[in-house]
Design a protein around this ligand. Sequence first.
Ligand SMILES: [Zn+2]
Length: 111
Amino acid sequence: MSGCCSACGEECGDLISLGFTQVCRYCFRETCLEEPLLEDFGPDFLERQGADFFLSWWWGGDAYLTEEEKLEAVKSIFAKREKRFPEEARTARREYIREVFPEWEDYLRGR
Ligand SMILES: [Zn+2]
């Protein structure tokens, strides 16, 4: 496609379509990271990237999720799974309690 690049205005023989605009290959890289494009196409792209995006966000460091947020997320996943697989949840509790048995005993004594 030929015409004028919407970023630099130069006449160009092989414009690349980017959403509603067309840019030359020199402007392509920069334009790719501009906010309106990220906003319009980012969520769909990242949904397609799936685990790669969401797990890198999750494990990206403390800057992304606080320990409280991670705990909140994992608790809600546990509760959902418990409804589907109650035996799995019971086993998980029992095994954990075995691992921290002294704390469990102290806790029970305090009841
Ligand atoms: Zn250009």
